[in-house]
Ligand binder design. Structure first.
Ligand code: ADP
Ligand code: MG
Length: 259
């Protein structure tokens, strides 16, 4: 155990809009934590702050003892944070296997020189990458699709492939942005079990964004709730379920959805 991630008063403003402000979060090594909130609450924006897509206009982000503010996304990945996207991002024309292998390429130590001239070292490394990529595909039961183009996979499998690729980068912290979006209840249930499994298997810390609060309650130990860019609650699932501000935030959403 120990603190892996500390977010201190972080925020970002777009023009006049404070998309996220005064955001505080602390993740312990090995935790599975939920980040919930109505649409537009700032959940995806907070992932973008954590991963270097946006530079915070306030506060700081400390990961594994290092300050992340101002690092580019690829540097954040190298420091041990991987993510998936709310709208799936795969290399649609590449094979399923290659989609996972690119995760290794982004981390690989071999030089551009050795890849261009195909030196022996490059060959052996390529082989190791391929074997490792296949192992990840097996865990996600995607190995039989390894030669298919990513775009030909059914939607639910594409979502799983994106998680496999994020894992292949060898993160300490995995950020999942609505991984169950668009899945049917059966696929969603299987995905939640898989998330719990990989957490244990890879000794991961996971932060899971999910719109449906009942879903996260089933697997997360703690939950943070955002509304209008502000943290309105933090606690165990039972604390969150009965929290007046959370109920109000979600009620407000149902009312506006009906309107
Ligand atoms: N790049 C951007 N420029 C301007 N506004 C943005 C940008 N990214 C997000 N926002 C705004 O920030 C708010 C939070 O969005 P987002 O983080 O996507 O919410 P959530 O993921 O919780 O649904 C929204 O009002 C959204 O329109
Ligand atoms: Mg979002």
């Amino acid at each position: 155990m120990g603190v892996l991630l500390q977010v201190k008063n972080a925020g970002i403003q777009f023009g006049g809009l404070k998309a996220v402000s005064g955001f505080n979060m602390e993740l312990q090594q090995g935790e599975l934590v939920g980040l919930i909130g109505p649409n537009g609450a700032g959940k995806t924006t907070s992932f973008n702050l954590l991963t270097g897509v946006y530079v915070p206009t306030e506060g700081e982000i400390l990961f594994d003892g290092k300050r992340l503010n101002g690092l580019a996304p690829y540097q954040v990945t190298r420091n041990g944070i991987s993510r998936t996207f709310q709208n799936i991002r795969l290399f649609s024309e590449l094979s399923v296997l290659d989609n996972v292998k690119v995760a290794y390429h982004s981390l690989a130590k071999h030089s551009i020189f050795s890849s261009i001239f195909r030196l022996p070292f490059h060959f052996s490394e390529e082989k190791v990458m391929e074997e490792k990529a296949l192992e990840f595909l097996k865990i996600f039961q995607l190995d039989r699709y390894k030669d298919e183009k990513a775009k030909n996979l059914p939607y639910g499998q594409q979502r799983r492939l994106e998680i496999a690729r994020a894992l292949a980068a060898g993160p300490k912290l995995l950020l999942l942005d609505e991984p169950a979006a668009g899945m049917n209840p059966q696929e969603t249930h299987e995905l939640m079990e898989l998330i719990a499994f990989i957490r244990k298997q890879f000794n991961l810390t996971i932060l899971l964004i999910e719109h449906d609060m009942h879903l996260v309650m089933g697997i997360c130990e703690r939950i943070y709730v955002l509304d209008h860019g502000q943290l309105i609650a933090e606690g165990t699932p039972s604390e969150i379920r009965n929290h007046p501000k959370v109920i109000e935030a979600y009620l407000g959403e149902e009312v506006s959805a009906d309107a």
